[in-house]
Design a protein around this ligand. Structure first.
Ligand code: HSE
Length: 335
């Protein structure tokens, strides 16, 4: 079992003591990777998420002599993301951070390299934002915990999806499996997880923007449904602590969000049947979809599930990307 690491993070981050010598010097640059994430983890809408090893996004950031942020290049986005720094989630989050550390004087040039699909339910905007924030934090020699950047990353989510949820950005920043115990005040808890849990991810090539996938879900729920849902969330978290993969599997059920969002995903229930028949521990929507994921007890089963699901999607004329990963406990890293 991994370390249980309790974090209490304030809504308004204040980072003051940055070392000045040799940091933030014109010409310095850095190349950072931040991982994709699986948010919700089926039953924990907006409160659970974990990071994976691949895919992920990369940011190259350089300190320039002209105050302000420019975005000189974005690759891998098919022209979908804005170069305007006032409209791009990476630069907006980084600007919030610079304001907080009173370094509005600094000049930055950003290149964003999208290495994962946009609108996939794999925390695409979060990976970019976290890569940007980790890059500026490292360039400026800010040695506060990466989790301190969470409120800035949530600003990026708010801009990307109309809501500042943290279940993608928190695991992307902190790595591992994360619970957002509370949003007001922000209280984020790193959870343990069994070693050797594999994640099979399939991204069917259909567009499901998070903003729209949030609009279609129910605004009110019945007490009897809430009882089932919170039993499952507690079961999942208990299974993570107890290293009990079967408990994890039987707790990963969602009666609130999945019945609605599954309609946006081609052959969702058929894909579940295929994955479970091949030995998946659990199966569900990743974030707001359309990606789906399964937990497995070994890599071989995860690879088999991704191949069979991809073949099924091909048979109904839908392209897909597939990934197999363990849970990524490290989060962002300098390349
Ligand atoms: N919890 C968010 C949602 C994650 O389901 O809308 C978005 O990826």
């Amino acid at each position: 079992m991994k370390d249980n690491n309790l974090k209490n993070i304030k809504n308004t981050a204040t980072i003051t003591a940055l070392p000045s010598e040799g940091r933030g010097v014109v010409g310095q640059d850095i190349h950072v990777f931040a991982p994709a994430t699986v948010a919700n983890v089926v039953c924990g809408f907006d409160v659970l998420g974990f990071a994976v090893n691949e895919p992920g996004d990369e940011v190259v950031m350089r300190i320039t002599n002209k105050p302000g942020i420019t975005i000189s290049k974005i690759t891998g986005d098919d022209g979908r993301l804005p170069l305007d720094p006032a409209k791009n989630t990476v630069s907006v989050s980084v600007q919030h951070y610079l304001n907080s550390v009173c370094r509005e004087d600094i000049g930055l040039d950003i290149e964003l390299h999208k290495k994962m699909p946009i609108g996939s339910g794999l925390g695409s905007s979060s990976a970019s934002t976290v890569a940007g924030l980790f890059a500026i934090k490292t360039l400026l020699g800010d040695e506060t915990d990466a989790a301190t950047l969470l409120p800035f990353a949530m600003k990026g989510e708010e801009m990307a999806c109309g809501h500042g949820h943290a279940d993608n950005v928190a695991p992307a920043l902190m790595g591992g499996f994360v619970l957002i115990r509370s949003y007001e005040p922000l209280d984020v808890v790193r959870l343990p997880h069994p070693a050797g849990l594999y994640c099979a991810i399939v991204f069917p090539d259909v567009d499901v923007p998070t903003r729209e996938a949030r609009q279609i879900i129910r605004k009110n729920i019945q007490m009897k449904d809430a009882v089932i849902q919170w039993g499952n969330i507690a079961g999942l978290v208990s299974g993570l602590f107890m290293n009990d993969i079967d408990l994890i599997g039987r707790s990963m059920k969602d009666i609130l969000v999945e019945p609605v969002r599954s309609m946006l995903i081609p052959d969702f229930y058929r894909m579940r049947e295929i994955a479970m028949s091949l030995g998946a521990v659990s199966f569900g929507i990743s974030g707001s979809g359309p990606s789906v994921f399964a937990f497995t007890k070994d890599e071989e089963t995860a690879r088999l599930i991704t191949k069979k699901l991809q073949a099924h999607l091909t048979s109904i004329k839908i392209g897909s990307n597939i990934y197999v990963s363990t849970i990524n406990d490290k989060g962002p890293r300098v390349l």
